[in-house]
Ligand binder design. Structure first.
Ligand code: BG6
Length: 299
């Protein structure tokens, strides 16, 4: 597949463009330090593995890869709202994850490759529940770590307010044998119970049932994956919240694009600005949210 890059310029040798699942265009990165792939639909990262590691980014075997439908697994970019909106034309988690992004730049620096995807308001987004002007620039830097950076600029004449999330599906050996640190001191909302903020638990989080929580002011989050013998660490900037999500048994079974037993192999740790931490930008203003995922051996 040629011409995937907006300028039509050739790609570096470590990057190739091809038709992926169901013919959807994707870029595949393969360097000495890592492999990764990203679809233009949603600028969706569907794989990243540092050399010698099994995939860190989890994908469902059941993902439809249907044009215009959310891809199940990987890193959906939720923008400009999170979850449902109570009004208008509002696909769950915003239009960004089902929009076709432009591959604007690909650069190689040492062992790292940066893919830059862009999305701006269009007739389609202006017909959605969030009709505002914006420019989004999403940089995916692939190396021994994976860095995701979403920069949003208000290109209009009025203030805009949006929510955003990297809905990152992390692969784990067995979610029932994982502990998640960095949230011990964070107040949280248990979205399965009520919209109220609850006191921090003071304890590392373990997953023992369906889990859907929004945390405020998280620290550096580490997913200690004993069965997988590794620890996944997520550091973030420009993000006020973290969401932790696992559907567990019944919800997994109820989702058509999620294998019945796949819930044991994943946990979503989402770097985000949601609920009362939605971002407001004055005209011309820009906001960046950045997350870096790295892998180390579990001690
Ligand atoms: C989580 C939400 O972030 O995403 C959950 O907190 C939701 O409520 C989940 O079920 C998956 O959403 P979707 O639209 O990808 O099925």
């Amino acid at each position: 597949m040629t011409g995937l890059l907006r300028s039509g310029a050739p790609l570096p040798a470590s990057v190739r463009a091809e038709a992926g699942k169901r013919g959807l265009p994707r870029v595949v990165v393969s360097t000495a330090t890592a492999t990764a792939e990203s679809y233009l639909q949603g600028a969706h990262v569907t794989a990243w593995a540092p050399a010698g590691q099994v995939d860190v980014i989890w994908m469902s075997e059941k993902s439809a890869f249907a044009p215009g439908a959310p891809i199940r697994g990987g890193v959906p970019v939720c923008f400009p709202w999170f979850g449902p909106l109570p009004w208008g034309n509002a696909p769950l988690h915003g239009f960004a994850r089902v929009s076709d992004w432009t591959l604007a730049e690909v650069t190689e620096q040492g062992d790292e490759v940066a893919l830059v995807f862009t999305l701006s308001d269009s007739e389609e987004t202006r017909a959605s529940a969030w009709p505002h002007p914006f420019d989004a620039r999403y940089t995916v830097t692939v190396g021994a770590g994976l860095t995701l950076a979403l920069e949003v600029t208000n290109t209009g004449a009025e203030p805009i307010t949006f929510a955003e999330a990297f809905h990152t599906y992390l692969g784990v050996g067995d979610v029932r044998d994982v502990s998640i640190t960095g949230l011990e001191q964070a107040p949280y909302v248990d979205r399965l119970v009520s919209p109220e903020w609850l006191e921090p638990t003071g304890e590392p989080l373990t997953i023992t049932a369906e889990t859907d929580r929004v945390y405020a002011q998280p620290g550096t989050i580490a997913v200690v994956d004993r069965a997988g013998a590794r620890t996944l660490t997520i550091t973030a900037q420009g993000s006020a919240n973290a969401v932790v999500w696992n559907p567990w048994i019944a919800k997994a079974a109820a989702m058509g694009d999620f294998g019945d037993d796949e819930w044991t192999q994943m946990v979503c740790i989402e770097t985000c600005n949601v609920l009362d931490a939605a971002v407001t930008l004055a005209p011309g203003e820009r906001h960046a949210m950045v997350a870096t995922i790295s892998v180390s051996a579990t001690e």
